[in-house]
Design a protein around this ligand. Structure first.
Ligand code: ADP
Length: 718
C-alpha cells in the first residue's frame, strides 16, 4: 500500500469516528427531545378530541333529557306521540324516540325498534332507571338495518327515554381531523370496539380489535395494545399495525360514563424524529463523503514530505550502496597495496638491516643506512595504521582469544615502542607488581597494539623527564579480569580544548608545534575503537606543557591464580630497553641450525634475498623456489626432506593458501601432512594471523620480517 493511501486511510478513519460519534450523540439527543415533543403533541391532539367528543356526548344527553322532561309533561299517550314528533323536528340528531318501562316498549316514534333492543341493551337502560343518562355502543337495527346508537335518559321514576342516534355520528365528527399525513384520531367503546375510526368499515363491521387480535396473529400487537388501553385511564405506547409501527396516545373519554377511550395514533415514520434522523443520516453520509474527499487531498499534502524522504532515502540507499562498493574496493585496494608496498619496504628494511649488521661500515654510510632503515620502519607503521583503520571501518577486524603470557606481552610492547625514545633524556619506569596474573586469555595482539600505541605516543611527545607504564589487573568475577593500562608522561601535554578531538581519525593536535613529530593521527582512534570492540574504554587527563596520562581499561578472561612473581617482575623492570636495535640484533644469540634445511617460496627475487640473508646466520641450508607449483613438486618428490617451509601468500598462478591445502590434503604422505609451514606475507592486515593458522599454517611471519619474531619461530618450528 502506498504511503498516501495509508495516510488517507488513517485520516478517513479518524474523521469517520468523529462523524459517527457526532451522529450517534445527535441522534440520541434529538430522539429524547423529539419523543418528548411528539408525546406532548399527541396528547394535546387527543385532549382536543376528547373535548370534542365529550361535548357532543354531553349535548346529546342534555338534549335527550330535555326531550324526556317535555314528554313526561305531555302525560297521556297520544299527546306524548305528538310531542315526540315535535321534539324530533327540534333535534335532528335523533332518528327515533322510544319510551321504556321496566317491562318493555311503552311508546315508539320514528324508526321502529323491537323488543330485542330492550333485552340486549338492558344494562344501559338499567343505568338510566338508576337515574343517570348514558350512551350505548353501536349496533344494527334488525328492522331497518341501519347502524344506530341510543342515548338512554331517565324519564320520571319508572320510565327511560331512548333517543336513537346514527351509529356513524362520532365517526363523522372525527373524520375531519387529520394528524400529519396518515395520523388519525379514533374512539372505542368500553370493550374496545371501534365507534369512530378512520377506516369506516371497521365501524360498520362492528370490529373489536381485541377479539380480532386474539384469533388473527397479524393483529395480535394492536389487540394487546387495545386491551391495555381499555384498562388504563391514559397513556402512550407503540404498536405494529399492518406492518407499520405507530405511536399512540389515549385516554378515557371524560364525558362518557360508559368507559369509552379516545386515542390518537401516527405512524412513527411520519414523526419529525424520522425526518430528523433522515436528515442526520444524510448529513452523516455527506460528511463521510466530504471527509473522504478531503482526506484524499490532505493525504496528498501530508504524504508529500514522506515521498520526498522516500525519494531521498532511495537516493541515500543508492549512494550508500555506491559508498559500500567503493569502500569494499578501497579495502581490497588497500589489501593489494599493502602487498605492493610491503614488498619493496621489506627489501628496504631487510637489506638495510642486513647491511647494518655486517658492522664494517664507515660512519657516514652507517648514519644514512640507519636513516633508511628508520624511515622504512616508520613508513611500515603508517601503512599498518591505515590498514587497521580500514579493517575496523569495514567491520573486518576480528578478535581471537587465546591464552597468553602477561610478561611477554609487556616485554614485546615495551621493546617495540621504546625505540621512539631515541637519544632523549627520558627515564622509563615500568610500574607493575608481582601479583600480576602470569597468564590471561584474550587477543594478545590487540592488547599489545594498544599499549604500544600509548607508549609510542608518550615517547614521541616527551622531550625529557619520565614515561611511566602502569599495568594493573583486578579480578571482577569467576572468569573476568579488568586490566588497567596507564601511560603517564612529562611531555608537551595537550590543550584542554583539544582533549575531545584526540580520538578522531586523522586528527593531530598542535600540528605546528609538533611538525617535526611523525604521525598519522590514527593511533589513538584505532586504540579507542579496538578497546570499544573489547568492551573497554580509554580516557585522558593532561596539562598543557606539563604532561599527560592515558588510561585504558579492558576485559580479559581469567586463566589461573598463578602470578608473575617477584623474579619475573624484577627482570621485566630491570630490562635495559635499548634504543639501539641493531646492537641488540647483532647481540641476538642465534641457535645453531646447521643440521636443518628449509624451503623458501616467494615469487619476488628480492624477497628471497632478504629471507636468505636473515636465515643465513643460523647456518641452515636454504632452498628457494619462485612458485607454489615448484614447492608442491619439491614436497611430493621428497628428494630433499625439509625441516620447514616459508611460504609467501600472494603469488601469481597459485597462492600460498591453495598450495598449503594441496600439500596437506592431496599429497597424502605423513611428511606432507606434518611439515611446519610458516606463512610469509606482506598482506599483514590486522587479523590475518588467525586466518593463516586455520588454513594449515603453523605460524605467521609478516613482512618486513622482524628478526626477533623470526628467531622465535625458528626456535619453535625448526
Ligand atoms: P599520531 O599518529 O599523530 O600520534 P595519535 O592518534 O596517536 O596520532 O594521536 C593524536 C594526537 O594526539 C597527536 O597528534 C598528538 O597531538 C596528541 N597526543 C597523543 N598522545 C600524546 C601525548 N602523550 N602527549 C601529547 N600529545 C599527545
Amino acid at each position: 500500500m502506498s504511503m498516501r493511501i495509508k495516510i488517507a486511510f488513517v485520516i478517513i478513519l479518524i474523521v469517520s469516528v468523529f462523524i459517527t460519534l457526532n451522529y450517534i450523540s445527535n441522534r440520541l439527543f434529538i430522539k429524547k427531545n423529539i419523543t418528548e415533543a411528539m408525546e406532548q403533541d399527541l396528547s394535546f391532539a387527543r385532549d382536543i378530541g376528547d373535548g370534542l367528543i365529550s361535548m357532543k356526548i354531553t349535548l346529546l344527553r342534555s338534549d335527550a333529557e330535555t326531550v324526556a322532561e317535555r314528554l313526561l309533561k305531555a302525560g297521556r299517550a297520544e299527546k306524548m306521540l305528538k310531542e315526540m314528533a315535535a321534539q324530533m323536528r327540534l333535534y335532528p340528531d335523533f332518528i327515533s324516540l322510544t319510551i321504556y318501562d321496566r317491562k318493555g316498549i311503552v311508546a315508539n316514534y320514528g324508526e321502529p325498534v323491537d323488543h330485542d333492543v330492550f333485552l340486549s341493551e338492558f344494562h344501559y337502560i338499567k343505568v338510566a332507571f338508576d337515574g343517570r343518562s348514558i350512551i350505548s355502543t353501536t349496533h344494527y337495527n334488525n328492522l331497518s338495518g341501519s347502524l344506530i346508537m341510543h342515548v338512554f335518559v331517565p324519564m320520571g321514576k319508572d320510565m327511560v327515554l331512548s333517543a336513537t342516534i346514527p351509529g356513524m355520528i362520532f365517526s363523522d365528527l372525527l373524520s375531519k381531523y387529520k394528524l400529519w399525513n396518515t395520523g388519525n384520531i379514533f374512539l372505542t367503546d368500553e370493550n374496545g370496539k371501534a365507534i369512530a375510526y378512520y377506516r369506516e368499515e371497521f365501524v360498520l363491521d362492528l370490529v373489536n380489535v381485541i377479539t380480532v387480535g386474539q384469533s388473527n396473529p397479524e393483529y395480535k400487537d394492536i389487540g394487546n395494545f387495545f386491551s391495555k388501553m381499555i384498562t388504563d385511564e391514559s397513556g402512550t405506547g407503540t404498536y405494529m399495525f399492518e406492518g407499520v409501527e405507530r405511536i399512540c396516545s389515549y385516554k378515557r373519554v371524560a364525558g362518557s360514563n360508559a368507559g369509552w377511550r379516545i386515542a390518537v395514533s401516527v405512524p412513527l415514520s411520519e414523526s419529525p424524529m424520522e425526518k430528523t434522523h433522515e436528515g442526520l443520516m444524510l448529513s452523516f453520509i455527506l460528511f463521510i463523503v466530504m471527509g473522504a474527499i478531503a482526506s484524499f487531498f490532505v493525504s496528498g499534502i501530508v504524504a508529500r514530505p514522506f515521498y520526498k524522504v522516500k525519494a531521498q532515502n532511495l537516493e541515500l540507499a543508492e549512494l550508500s550502496e555506491k559508498v559500500m562498493t567503493a569502500s569494499k574496493a578501497k579495502t581490497k585496494f588497500l589489501a593489494n597495496m599493502s602487498h605492493e608496498m610491503r614488498t619493496p619496504l621489506n627489501a628496504i628494511i631487510g637489506l638495510s638491516k642486513m647491511t647494518l649488521e655486517t658492522g664494517s661500515l664507515d660512519e657516514k654510510t652507517l648514519i644514512n643506512l640507519k636513516k633508511i632503515n628508520n624511515s622504512g620502519i616508520t613508513l611500515l607503521s603508517t601503512i599498518n595504521d591505515i590498514l587497521d583503520i580500514s579493517k575496523i571501518e569495514t567491520g573486518k577486524l576480528e578478535f581471537v582469544s587465546l591464552d597468553y603470557e602477561t610478561a611477554s606481552l609487556i616485554n614485546d610492547a615495551v621493546t617495540q615502542s621504546i625505540m621512539l625514545k631515541g637519544e632523549k633524556p627520558i627515564q622509563f619506569i615500568l610500574d607493575i607488581d608481582e601479583k600480576l596474573p602470569s597468564h590471561l586469555n584474550g587477543d594478545e595482539l590487540r592488547v599489545k597494539h594498544i599499549i604500544n600505541n600509548l607508549l609510542s605516543n608518550a615517547f614521541k611527545y616527551t622531550k625529557e623527564g619520565t614515561v611511566t607504564l602502569s599495568i594493573n589487573c583486578e579480578r571482577e568475577d569467576d572468569d573476568t579480569v579488568w586490566m588497567t593500562i596507564s601511560v603517564k608522561d612529562t611531555g608537551i601535554g595537550i590543550r584542554s580544548e583539544h582533549l575531545n578531538n584526540l580520538f578522531t581519525d586523522y586528527n593531530r593536535m598542535d600540528t605546528f608545534a609538533n611538525r617535526n613529530i611523525e604521525g598519522t593521527g590514527l593511533g589513538l582512534s584505532i586504540a579507542k575503537k579496538m578497546l570499544e570492540m573489547m568492551d573497554g574504554s580509554i580516557s585522558v587527563e593532561s596539562e598543557y606543557e606539563k604532561g599527560s596520562v592515558f588510561t585504558a581499561k579492558l576485559k580479559q578472561k581469567f586463566v589461573s591464580d598463578t602470578t608473575i612473581g617477584t623474579e619475573v617482575m624484577h627482570n621485566l623492570k630491570k630490562f635495559r630497553y635499548s634504543d639501539n636495535r641493531f646492537y641488540e640484533l647483532s647481540q641476538l644469540e642465534r641457535i645453531d641450525l646447521s643440521y636443518a634445511r628449509v624451503l623458501v617460496v616467494d615469487d619476488v627475487e628480492m624477497n628471497l634475498d632478504v629471507a636468505e640473508g636473515l636465515l643465513e646466520p643460523y647456518g641452515m641450508q636454504i632452498d628457494c623456489v619462485t612458485s607454489a607449483r615448484e614447492a608442491i613438486n619439491a614436497i611430493r618428490d621428497e628428494k630433499v626432506k625439509y625441516n620447514a617451509i616459508f611460504m609467501d601468500h600472494m603469488m601469481p598462478e597459485m597462492n600460498g593458501i591453495e598450495a598449503v591445502r594441496i600439500i596437506r590434503e592431496k599429497i597424502g604422505t605423513e611428511y606432507a601432512k606434518t611439515i611446519p609451514i610458516i606463512a610469509l606475507t606482506a598482506n599483514a592486515l590486522v587479523g590475518n594471523e588467525e586466518m593463516f593458522l586455520s588454513k594449515g599454517f603453523q605460524a605467521f611471519l609478516p613482512k618486513p620480517i622482524e628478526t626477533s619474531r623470526l628467531d622465535a619461530i625458528l626456535r619453535q618450528w625448526v
